[in-house]
Design a protein around this ligand. Structure first.
Ligand code: FES
Length: 315
C-alpha cells in the first residue's frame, strides 16, 4: 500500500476530472508500464481501479481520470464529491492487465469516452519510443472528450483522430481503419461495452487474429436477467448456503460472517479468486484466461455464479 496526497484536481471534460497524486513522503512512486492501473481506497471502504494516464517515465506523480457515472455504485461519486487537493489516499502499486505487446510493429489504439486514460498512456509510450501507431478517440461530443488539449499539444498530435457522435462528419469508419490485419499490427481498445464490441467485432470480421486484439473493460459485460439460485458449500466447515438470484456468492458468505477479500467487485482484478473443489462455475470474470476458466477449479465469487446446483468452495 502506498500513501499518496492529491496534489491537484482538474476538470478535463463534462463529468470527467483528473487527479494528480504524489507520494505522501516525497519518495519517488513505483514505476509503471503503459496500460497499468492502481487500486484507490476511497472513503467508506470502497476500492476502485483507475488507469494511470500520465507519461510512464514519470515517477513523481500518478495521474488518473475519473468519470462521474450516473450508474456508479459509489466509487466515482465518492471521487468527485469527496476527493480534493490535500486529501490523503491509500493506493496499491500499479498493476498491468493491458500491456503493450513488445513485438508489435504498428499499434492501433481505440478509446471511447473515459477509456482514453490507459490509451493516452500507451500513446505517450509509443511516441516516446518512436513506434508506429495511430489513436482513434470517440466521444459523444467535444465537451465530453477528456484530455483533448493534451492530445492536440502532444508530439503525436498528427496521429490522433477525434470522432464525435454529435459531428457525424467525424464518425469512425472502423471497417476502413481495420481493413488490413497483419500479424505484427496490434489493436488496443478501451471504453464502454458497446463501443468495444463494435471495434472488436469489426476487427474479427476483417480477419484479425485474436492474439493481436487487446482490450480493457471497465466492467464485465453480463446479462443477469436469467439468473437463478444455487448453493455453495464451505469445505472447511461443511456449511451450505443458498445464493439467491439477486445476491453474489461474496454477499451471501459475508452475511454469514465469512469474509473474502475483494477489490473491484466486477470480475476484473482477481482479488477474490477462490478455489472450487466440486461443481461447475459460471464464469463472469475478465480476469481468468479462457483456458483457466475451462478448468473450472477456481472462480471469482464477486460476480461469477454456478452452472450446477452446488459449488463446493475451498475455504
Ligand atoms: Fe475483483 Fe472479484 S473482486 S475479481
Amino acid at each position: 500500500m502506498i500513501d499518496v496526497v492529491v496534489v491537484s484536481r482538474n476538470d478535463e471534460a463534462q463529468d470527467i476530472c483528473s487527479y494528480e497524486l504524489a507520494s505522501a513522503d516525497d519518495r519517488p512512486l513505483p514505476g509503471f508500464s503503459a496500460g497499468a492501473h492502481i487500486d484507490v481506497h476511497l472513503p467508506g471502504g470502497l476500492i476502485r481501479q483507475y488507469s494511470l494516464c500520465n507519461h510512464p517515465e514519470e515517477r513523481h506523480r500518478y495521474l488518473i481520470g475519473v468519470l462521474k457515472d450516473p450508474a456508479s455504485r459509489g466509487g466515482s461519486l465518492a471521487m468527485h464529491e469527496r476527493i480534493h487537493p490535500g486529501t490523503r489516499l491509500h493506493i496499491s502499486e500499479p498493476r498491468n492487465l493491458f500491456a503493450l505487446a513488445q513485438e508489435a510493429r504498428r499499434s492501433l489504439l481505440f478509446a471511447g469516452g473515459i477509456g482514453i486514460t490507459p490509451i493516452l498512456c500507451m500513446a505517450e509510450r509509443l511516441a516516446h519510443s518512436g513506434a508506429d501507431f495511430e489513436l482513434h478517440y470517440c466521444a459523444r461530443s467535444s465537451e465530453r472528450a477528456a484530455f483533448v488539449q493534451r492530445l492536440r499539444d502532444s508530439s503525436f498530435a498528427e496521429r490522433v483522430f477525434l470522432h464525435f457522435d454529435q459531428e457525424p462528419e467525424t464518425a469512425l469508419d472502423a471497417a476502413k481503419v481495420l481493413a488490413a490485419p497483419h500479424n505484427d499490427v496490434h489493436l488496443y481498445v478501451c471504453g464502454p461495452g458497446g463501443f468495444m464490441q463494435h471495434v472488436l467485432d469489426t476487427a474479427k470480421a476483417a480477419g484479425w487474429r485474436e492474439d493481436c486484439l487487446h482490450r480493457e473493460y471497465f466492467a464485465a459485460p453480463v446479462d443477469t436477467r436469467a439468473d437463478g439460485s444455487f448453493s455453495v458449500k464451505v469445505a472447511s466447515s461443511g456449511q451450505v448456503f443458498e445464493v439467491p438470484a439477486d445476491k453474489s456468492v461474496v454477499q451471501v458468505l459475508e452475511s454469514h460472517g465469512i469474509d473474502i477479500a475483494m477489490s473491484c467487485e466486477q470480475g476484473i482484478c482477481g482479488t477474490c479468486l477462490t478455489r472450487v473443489l466440486e461443481g461447475v462455475p459460471e464464469h463472469r470474470d475478465l480476469f481468468l484466461t479462457e483456458d483457466e476458466q475451462a478448468r473450472n477449479d477456481q472462480f471469482t465469487p464477486c460476480c461469477s455464479r454456478s452452472k450446477t446446483p452446488l459449488l463446493v468452495l475451498d475455504i
